[in-house]
Design a protein around this ligand. Structure first.
Ligand code: CP
Ligand code: NVA
Length: 313
């Protein structure tokens, strides 16, 4: 086995060409189908990552990301080590750069969920092995690969579709904007003025020729949409909880809003959901909701991301 080049980091969708992201998504689809019916802990045919080890660093809470990456490595025939940021020497002042150099000597890839996006870039710049962004204050690219897989599982090709985002212009919204450009779909984000998507991300999308617009009008956003997506109004690390809940209340996804999208439109949420805030129970549990498929697809999408990072696809 040879070590893959360290340039195979998976840090943000904007860093990677459309053709590569499509290649990863197609591999995820094939592998998902190929293991249908197997027990969840069974190793895939050919054990594509046999002998490979992944370190997973968490500076923030996680349910889906932790389990899906750990099971991804198991299904691919590899292994994983889970590290909590606050129990590492990183939390006592060891630099990110030194930490990257050390961890690279033990494992073949690093997945990190970090408070600061800058720290992830620092880690990647100093790591000899691929680094995967598993959520930062800036972005959540792994989530969007799972979302693309989910939309295509239910609706077919995402290219040319209209997708509506309702609520906070947060880290998931940033990756959704980057996905809109890379996968070439129309994206309308309805956000209140104090919680708009990052200006540099919108400028990037415009410069790339993306079909991305922002409005305060929720009805305009969901009109004729193929998919409606939201996320929590208060992300990990956000402090202004009360102000957010007040400003974002008009952006709740409820039955009346879903009725304005296409009749066959689907509802996505990266989870965890705050039922009664950004989404009602009736939408979460309704026939248009695909949130459990979306959660499952974290596993399938990340297996393909890992395989690409390690030079296997
Ligand atoms: N969607 C997502 O990343 O979930 P977790 O925070 O549970 O990992
Ligand atoms: N925007 C949310 C996503 C959680 C998966 C957060 O950052 O907390």
């Amino acid at each position: 086995m040879t070590n893959p080049p360290s340039r195979c980091h998976f840090l943000d969708l904007k860093d990677l060409p459309s053709s590569l992201l499509r290649h990863i998504l197609d591999a995820a689809k094939l592998w998902k189908e190929a293991r249908r019916g197997l027990p969840k802990g069974a190793v895939d045919t050919g054990a594509p990552l046999e002998g490979y080890a992944l370190a997973m660093i968490f500076e923030k809470s996680s349910t889906r990301t932790r389990i899906s990456f750990e099971m991804a490595m198991q299904q691919l025939g590899g292994s994983s080590v889970v590290l909590q940021g606050d129990t590492m020497q990183l939390g006592r002042g060891e630099t990110v750069a030194d930490t990257a150099k050390v961890i690279s000597r033990y494992v073949d890839a690093i997945m990190i969920r970090a408070n600061s996006h800058a720290a992830v870039l620092d880690l990647a710049a100093n790591s000899d092995v691929p680094v995967i962004n598993a959520l930062t204050d800036r972005s959540h690219p792994c989530q969007l690969m799972a979302d693309m897989l989910t939309i295509e599982d239910h609706l077919g090709p995402v290219t040319g579709r209209k997708i509506a985002w309702l609520g906070d212009g947060n880290n998931v919204a940033t990756s959704l904007i980057e996905a809109a450009v890379r996968f070439d779909f129309e994206l309308v984000l309805a956000c209140p003025e104090n919680y708009l998507p990052a200006a540099d991300v919108l400028a990037w999308a415009q410069a790339e020729g993306g079909h991305v617009t922002v409005t305060a009008d929720v009805h305009k956003a969901v009109a004729n949409a193929d998919a409606v997506i939201t996320d929590t109004w208060v992300s990990m690390g956000d402090k202004d909880t009360e102000a957010r809940i007040k400003a974002l209340a008009p952006y709740q996804v409820n039955d009346a809003l879903m009725a304005r999208a296409k009749p066959e439109a689907i509802f996505l949420h990266c989870l965890p959901a705050h039922r009664g805030e950004e989404v009602t129970n009736s939408v979460m549990d309704g026939v248009q909701s695909v949130v459990w498929d979306e959660a499952e697809n974290r596993l399938h999408a990340q297996k393909a991301v890992l395989a690409w990072c390690l030079g296997k696809i």
